[in-house]
Design a protein around this ligand. Structure first.
Ligand code: UT7
Length: 333
């Protein structure tokens, strides 16, 4: 068996900053409510005409990751693209990245696991490297939420939370142990508790158009926030513990925990539960909101750029979200 390692990272967020104050101009919300309940102060939204799409942002992050990995783009053996907001219904955004970057005819695969999408993609990359099938895998998490949110008071419970952005890593074959283990779970019982139902094969576009119902909110994301919150704190804790136990490690040995940026209160709950200091947990939800599949690779890249991750560190990534799906990855940096 080979070992796998993250050998390069990059991130990209659109330039357009949308503050809580900006949102309070278009819906009944306030800076105080958003900050107190979520920790978010601002997020980035794609602007019409700025050229960004889910794949385009993924390309911008990937170019940095590939350069930092020190590989040629033609050495990419597999593209894994995690997103819930692909450029098109089909094909996936992975092949769009391949086209835009003029990458070789390697396979490109989209991963549909929402907030846990990056962990699922990282785990998939890890398996392909460890078995020896591939040497360099480009793993992207990217979201364009802003175009598909209900930006009225009706949608405020969801729309104030999400932001746009992308992160990417290159996972490479390595001599030394990098990714120690990954842990994936899902529970479809809760599939509709955080979901976007229409348009879909349950609600084809002609049916929606024919109904022409301005009150139809099925094409906006819908979230049972409190239920998601309650499950998140339990599952985050479980899946981090599962990873530590499998590697005979204890919480105090974590050098950097990077939780999916869903809500600052969730991160703080986990931090307290594991007795971690502020230096052991990285949060940037204040600046970007919840960028779903983009959130972990964006946070990982920022933490690394700020010098908060050093060689030999134990880095723990963890996520929970729609599906419900959840997962963790333990990495010796
Ligand atoms: O990344 C995927 C996983 N997602 C998550 O982990 C999200 C988990 N859930 C959460 O983070 C929280 O549940 C939210 C931040 C979404 C909501 O916070 P909450 O403390 O659970 O609020 P709530 O939904 O119970 O709403 C409380 C009140 C309601 O008013 P009433 O019924 O008490 O009068 C809402 O209508 O706050 C109201 N409200 C708002 N007020 C101002 C909901 N959204 C807003 C808003 N601005 N944006």
């Amino acid at each position: 068996m080979y070992s796998s390692k993250i050998i390069g990272m990059g991130m990209y967020v659109p330039e357009n900053v949308v503050t809580n104050e900006d949102l309070s101009q278009i819906m009944d919300t306030s800076n105080e409510w958003i900050k107190e309940r979520t920790g978010i102060e601002e997020r980035r939204h794609i602007q019409k005409g700025d050229g960004n799409t889910t794949a385009v942002m993924g390309v911008k992050a990937s170019k940095i990751a590939i350069e930092r990995a020190g590989i040629d783009k033609n050495d990419v053996d597999l593209i894994l693209f995690a997103t819930l907001s692909p450029d098109y219904y089909f094909p996936g955004s992975g092949v769009i990245v391949q086209k835009l970057m003029d990458l070789p005819n390697c396979p490109a695969m989209d991963i549909r696991n929402q907030c846990s999408g990056f962990i699922y993609a990282l785990s998939t990359a890890d398996q392909f490297i460890k078995t020896g099938m591939y040497k360099n895998i480009l793993v992207i998490g990217s979201e364009n939420h802003s175009g598909g949110l209900d930006m009225t008071t009706r949608g405020r419970g969801v729309s104030v939370i999400f932001g746009d952005g992308a992160g990417a890593v290159v996972v490479g074959r390595s001599e030394e142990k990098g990714i120690l283990s990954t842990h994936l779970h899902s529970d479809g019982t809760f599939a509709e508790e955080l979901a976007l139902i229409g348009p879909s094969t349950q609600r084809w576009v002609p049916e929606i158009l024919k109904a022409n119902d301005p009150e139809d909110i099925s094409y906006y994301p819908n979230m049972n926030g409190q239920l998601v919150f309650k499950n998140a704190v339990v599952r985050f804790s479980e899946v981090i513990m599962e990873g530590l136990q499998q590697n005979q490690l204890t919480p105090d040995q974590i050098d950097m925990l990077i939780p999916h940026q869903a809500n600052l209160r969730i991160s703080q709950f986990i931090q307290k539960k594991f007795g971690l200091s502020d230096d052991q947990v990285y949060n940037n939800i204040m600046r970007y909101g919840n960028t779903t599949a983009g959130s972990i690779p964006i946070a990982l890249t920022e933490a690394w750029e700020e010098g908060k991750i050093k060689s030999g560190d134990l880095v723990v990534l963890a996520a929970f979200g729609s599906g419900f799906t959840w997962g963790s990855a333990l990495i010796r940096w």
